[in-house]
Design a protein around this ligand. Structure first.
Ligand SMILES: Cc1cc2nc3c(=O)[nH]c(=O)nc-3n(C[C@H](O)[C@H](O)[C@H](O)COP(=O)(O)OP(=O)(O)OC[C@H]3O[C@@H](n4cnc5c(N)ncnc54)[C@H](O)[C@@H]3O)c2cc1C
Length: 455
């Protein structure tokens, strides 16, 4: 299909990238966004959570400064400045994204988009309704936190993640429900900011889907910071009694704190989008069913980002947006179109230590009986880690024992989220361990551990 008019609904990482690439490919593009261009990623999730974590990290670093030869550093939180800092970052990002899109000729409509049929959308704005026709429609409306009916959210003491940037007050004792990526990041954030924390872990390991060795390092770091872990516990009720919040678990255990925060997954923003009117198929959770080109059951309607029910990451959403633009506008024709391989997406958990991984995991290879070579180097022998006074963690590389091809890896330690890029590139480009080992890294850096692990 050689489409010229594109309408994108939703201006998060997925929608903005789809709009930007469609415009670069010469299409006439309208982007409809009801809130902030940059999406929940900038306004409500990634950016504010990482900004809070950066502040918490600065605080916990300051508390450890005696290890760097400095004394009597006593940092205090200033909630109003923290809030202002987050808003400033968000405003800057929104301005820059909006500026780029407008310079590419994308028309941004501030309003709510809804499908009318396979080739038209109605945008409801302050000025009224506008019907826009399109050859291609891209749905990128994202997702929102899942709130079960047993959780009486009040934005004050019973919180969802989006209430916490920062919350009305820094909790004295926070009970976090959910020990996946988001849950552990919030545990880290609030322990760094000085809160006592209890974590409800539904299984026997925090981060149940991650490398058990990496999860064990994080668990130990939580225990060192005094976090109480309720393992094998499932929250079933939250009761607020004045300034106290009780989280009641199915096995009868009760976690008592001053605040509770829920981090138990997300739901797609797919209601009120006109999906059934346009004949678009959704799954039982409301995510739009897509094929490997991210095309829905209606060929002119594509999906990018969290709404596709694939890997819910900003980076993945943005890449999906680009792939949608390439496919919808025929840019893949005449050259090999590389489908998105979700297995090769690098991801990170911004805790202390950071945890990052990409590609094939050691546990997954063992579970499937695949032969692999695993090499692991701790940071405790790395000069830069010692200079940083932070020698926790390791680099692990998983490779093919016959060809030497890098299949995956995980890194635990400071700057793991940055360092994993080297392994991610090796996995995507089909490099082998020797290529990493032959690379001349700067001395002293944490990256040298990558070269050693690739020996
Ligand atoms: C606490 C938290 C932290 C996270 N941290 C990270 C991280 O560090 N790194 C990472 O890669 N991912 C992170 N994620 C995941 C990431 O936020 C999402 O994967 C990403 O935001 C999805 O992008 P999207 O474009 O699909 O949707 P969104 O970013 O949710 O954007 C969707 C946009 O669509 C708009 N919209 C919705 N419906 C309509 C409509 N009908 N009309 C007009 N506009 C509409 C919304 O206003 C919104 O702006 C985090 C998630 C959470 C919850």
């Amino acid at each position: 299909m050689n489409a010229q008019r594109v309408v994108v609904i939703g201006g998060g990482p997925a929608g903005q990238e789809a709009a930007s690439y469609c415009a670069r490919f010469g299409a006439e593009v309208v982007l409809i966004e009801r809130d902030v261009v940059g999406g929940s990623a900038h306004l409500l999730d990634c950016v504010p959570s990482k900004s809070m974590i950066a502040t918490g990290g600065a605080m916990s670093f300051a508390r450890r400064l005696d290890g760097m030869g400095l004394a009597n550093v006593d940092p205090r939180i200033h909630a109003a400045s923290l809030r202002e800092r987050i808003l400033k970052i968000e405003r800057r990002l929104e301005d820059s994204v909006t500026g780029v899109l407008q310079s590419q000729g994308v028309r941004i409509v501030r309003g709510t988009g809804r499908l009318v049929d396979a080739n038209s959308v109605v945008a409801t704005t302050e000025a009224g309704e506008e019907t826009i026709s399109a050859d291609v429609i891209v749905l990128a409306t994202g997702s929102r936190p899942r709130v079960p009916d047993w959780a009486p959210m009040d934005g004050e003491r019973v919180l969802m993640t989006r209430d916490a940037y920062p919350p009305p007050e820094i909790p004295e004792h926070l009970v976090v429900v959910g020990s996946g990526v988001t849950g552990v990041e919030f545990v880290h954030m609030f322990t760094s900011l000085g809160s006592e924390v209890t974590l409800i872990v539904s299984r026997q390991q925090v981060l149940p889907d991650k490398d058990p060795e990496a999860a064990a390092v994080l668990e130990q770091s939580f225990l060192d910071r005094g976090v109480s872990l309720f393992k094998g516990a499932r929250a079933t009720e939250i009761v607020r009694d004045g300034d106290e919040v009780k989280v009641i678990c199915t096995d009868g255990r009760v976690a008592v704190g001053s605040h509770a925060l829920l981090a138990i997954g997300s739901l797609p923003n797919s209601e009120d989008l006109g999906l059934s009117e346009a004949g678009v198929e959704v799954d039982e959770w409301g995510f739009v069913v897509v094929d490997h080109n991210l095309q829905s059951s209606v060929p002119s309607i594509y999906v990018a980002g969290d709404l596709s029910g694939k890997l819910p990451l900003s980076s993945v959403g943005a890449m999906q947006g680009r792939k949608v633009a390439e496919h919808a506008l025929g840019q893949h024709i005449g050259r090999p179109h590389r489908h998105l391989d979700y297995e090769k997406a690098a991801s990170a958990i911004f805790t202390e230590p950071e945890i990052a991984d990409v590609g094939l995991a050691e546990a997954e290879a063992f579970a499937t009986g695949r032969k692999i070579r695993v090499t692991k180097v701790p940071f405790s022998a790395n000069a830069k880690a010692l200079i940083n006074d932070d020698p926790k963690g390791f680099v692990k590389i998983v490779s093919d024992p016959n060809t030497g091809h890098v299949l995956g890896g995980s890194i635990v330690g400071r700057h793991a989220a940055e360092l994993i890029s080297v392994i991610a590139l090796a996995v995507t480009a089909g490099l082998n361990v020797q290529d990493i080992h032959d690379t001349l890294f700067v001395y002293p850096t944490l990256s040298e551990a990558l070269s050693e692990a690739a020996e």
